[in-house]
Design a binder for this molecule. Structure first.
Ligand code: BES
Ligand code: MN
Ligand code: ZN
Length: 495
C-alpha cells in the first residue's frame, strides 16, 4: 500500500504551508500542556493554545487526538493535537504512538507538517508511516486516502546529514513493517504456500538477495518430513523459501526462521469455528522474517543474513496427516504427532535444522506458535525464549523497540512430557501447563548445542483483532519486524 511521503523541513511550523499541523500534548499533573517544538505555534495563539485545547477536552493522554480550526492564525487550516502521556515519561514509543494516531486522524488530508519530529525524529517518522497504513486492496470502494505528504520539522540538535540518515532508516524499517502487514492481511485464498513463496522471492530478487524455493518435489527429495507432513492435507502443496543477503565485509552470520502456516484449521485435530478466520495470520512469523532480510539488504547491515521460511497450509482431508503419525524430520529425528494443531513446531523444526547447516553465529526464530502465549502474556507482549544470554539480550531490545517482549524460561521438568512412546519426541505434552514453554522446549531439540538462539512467540502481538490503537490498525501488526531489525543492528554493531 502507498506510504505517505516524508521529508525534513527547517521552516518553522507556524510558517509552514500545509493543510494541517501536528503538535504533541502532554499531561502535566491535572493539566494539559504543549510538548517541546510547539513554541512558535503557541505564539500564534498568543500563548493560549494549551488553554484552547483544554476547553475542547484535551488531556494529553496517549491515543487522544483533538482537532482545532486555526481560523487564520496559522497558514495550515487545521491543528491536530496528539497526546504523548505524562510529561516526564515521553520516550520514543510515546512519540511513535502519537504520530500514528495523528496520521490516522489525517486521512483525506494532502499535506501535513509535524512538530513531533523535534521530540524524536526516528519515532515520529515510523509512527507516521505505520499510523497511515491501511489495507484496502479488497474493497471496491476505498475511503479517504491516507495523508499524502508529511513534512517533519528537523530537531534542533544534530546536523542535516544525520537527520537524513535517521529518516531513511526509520522509513525503511516502517516500510518493512508494512510489507509484513500486507502479507498477513492478504486472505488465505490468495496467499497460500506457492503464492507466498513467489511473492517472497520477488521481493528478495528486487532487493538483490540470493533466492531458493524448494517445492514439494524438492522437499521430498531433501527429506523435509515436518513441512511435508503438515502440508499433506492441503491441495496447495508446501514450500521452503531461502533468502540470503551477503552484507559488505560480513563476518557474522545470522539465521532467521519464521513460521509460514498460510492457514491453520488445526487439521484433523480441527479448531472450533469461532474466530478460525484469524488463523489467516498464522504466517506472521514468516512475513516478519521475509521483510527483515529484505530490510537488512536495504540498510546494508554488515552481516550475512539468511532467512529460512517453511510454508504450508494445515487442512483436514483424506490426505491429511493424522494424530498417531510419526514424521521423520529433516536431519533424521522422528516425531510422533499427537495433535495436528501443534503444526508450527513441526515445520519450524525442519527449517531450524536446515538453517543451522550453514553454521550461523545466531539463530532468531519467530512464530505465532501457541494460544498459551496469549494466555500468559496477553495480546501485546511477545514471549521470548531461547539460550539465556541471547534471550535476555533480545528481550531488552524488544522492550526498547516499543514492540514489547518478556523473557520466559524453558523449565527442564516439562521436557520429559514431550517423550514419545515410540518416536524420539512427541509434538505435544498431553497437558496444558506451560504450553508456550513446552513449544519452546520442543524447538530446542532441533537447535545445535551452544548456538545463541532466540524464539519469539507472537501469537497475540502479530495480529490486532480489536480496535485500532496508536500506530496499530486492525489486522496484521508487523510484529516482530522492528525487534528483529534492532537485533540485527545490535549484532552488526557489537558482534
Ligand atoms: N497457530 C496456533 C497458535 C495460535 C493461537 C496463534 C491463537 C494465534 C492465536 C498453533 O498452531 C496452535 O494451534 N497451537 C495449539 C498448540 C496445542 C495443540 C498444543 C494451541 O495453542 O492451542
Ligand atoms: Mn495449530
Ligand atoms: Zn498454527
Amino acid at each position: 500500500m502507498s506510504a505517505p511521503k516524508l521529508s525534513l523541513t527547517t521552516t518553522s511550523a507556524a510558517e509552514a504551508t500545509a493543510d494541517a499541523i501536528i503538535v504533541g500534548t502532554v499531561r502535566d499533573g491535572e493539566d494539559v500542556a504543549l510538548a517541546p517544538g510547539t513554541e512558535q505555534v503557541d505564539a500564534a495563539f498568543d500563548g493560549g493554545l494549551a488553554g484552547v485545547l483544554a476547553s475542547l477536552g484535551a488531556t494529553g493522554k496517549p491515543d487522544e487526538v483533538v482537532k482545532l480550526p486555526t481560523l487564520g492564525r496559522l497558514r495550515a487550516g487545521v491543528l491536530v493535537a496528539a497526546g504523548l502521556g505524562a510529561a516526564g515519561e515521553v520516550g520514543p514509543e510515546q512519540v511513535r504512538r502519537a504520530a500514528g494516531v495523528a496520521a490516522r486522524a489525517l486521512a483525506g488530508t494532502k499535506r501535513a507538517v509535524s512538530t513531533l519530529s523535534t521530540v524524536d525524529l526516528h519515532a515520529a517518522a515510523e509512527g507516521t508511516v505505520l499510523g497511515a497504513y491501511r489495507f484496502d486492496e479488497y474493497r471496491s470502494e476505498r475511503g479517504d486516502a491516507p495523508v499524502e505528504r508529511v513534512d517533519l520539522v528537523s530537531p534542533t540538535d544534530g546536523n542535516a546529514k544525520e537527520h537524513r540518515a535517521t529518516l531513511k532508516a526509520a522509513t525503511s524499517i516502517a516500510e518493512a513493517v508494512t510489507t509484513a502487514r500486507d502479507f498477513v492481511n492478504t486472505p488465505p485464498n490468495d496467499l497460500y504456500p506457492a503464492s507466498f513463496a513467489d511473492r517472497a522471492a520477488a521481493l528478495g530478487k528486487a532487493a538483490g538477495l540470493e533466492v531458493e524455493i524448494l517445492d514439494e518435489k524438492a522437499l521430498r527429495k531433501g527429506g523435509f518430513g515436518g513441512v511435508l507432513g503438515v502440508g499433506m492435507g492441503s491441495t496447495r502443496p508446501p514450500r521452503l523459501v531461502r533468502l540470503k543477503y551477503r552484507g559488505p565485509k560480513a563476518r557474522t552470520k545470522v539465521a532467521l526462521v519464521g513460521k509460514g502456516i498460510t492457514f491453520d484449521t488445526g487439521g484433523i485435530s480441527i479448531k472450533p469455528a469461532a474466530h478460525m478466520e484469524e488463523m489467516t495470520s498464522d504466517m506472521s512469523g514468516a512475513a516478519a522474517i521475509v521483510a527483515s532480510v529484505v530490510l537488512a539488504a536495504k540498510l546494508r547491515y554488515p552481516l550475512e543474513v539468511t532467512a529460512t521460511v517453511p510454508m504450508a497450509e494445515n487442512m483436514p482431508s483424506g490426505a491429511a496427516y493424522r494424530p498417531g503419525d510419526v514424521l521423520t524430520m529433516y536431519g533424521g529425528k522422528t516425531v510422533e504427532v499427537l495433535n495436528t494443531d501443534a503444526e508450527g513446531r513441526l515445520i519450524l523444526a525442519d527449517a531450524i535444522v536446515r538453517a543451522c547447516e550453514d553454521e550461523p553465529d545466531y539463530l532468531v526464530e519467530t512464530a505465532t506458535l501457541t494460544g498459551a502465549q496469549v494466555i500468559s502474556l496477553g495480546r501485546r507482549t511477545p514471549g521470548i525464549m531461547g539460550s539465556e544470554d541471547f534471550r535476555d539480550r533480545v528481550a531488552a531490545i524488544a522492550k526498547a523497540s516499543g514492540e514489547g517482549g518478556w523473557a520466559m524460561p524453558l523449565p527442564e521438568e516439562l521436557r520429559r512430557d514431550l517423550d514419545s512412546k515410540l518416536a524420539d519426541l512427541a509434538n505435544v505434552t498431553g497437558h496444558r501447563w506451560g504450553g508456550m514453554l513446552a513449544a519452546g522446549l520442543f524447538l530446542r531439540e532441533f537447535v545445535p548445542d551452544g548456538l545463541p538462539w532466540v524464539h519469539l512467540d507472537v501469537a497475540g502481538p502479530a495480529y490486532n483483532n480489536g480496535a485500532p490503537w496508536g500506530y496499530t490498525g486492525k489486522g496484521g501488526t508487523g510484529v516482530p519486524v522492528r525487534t528483529i531489525a534492532a537485533v540485527l543492528a545490535d549484532i552488526a554493531e557489537k558482534g
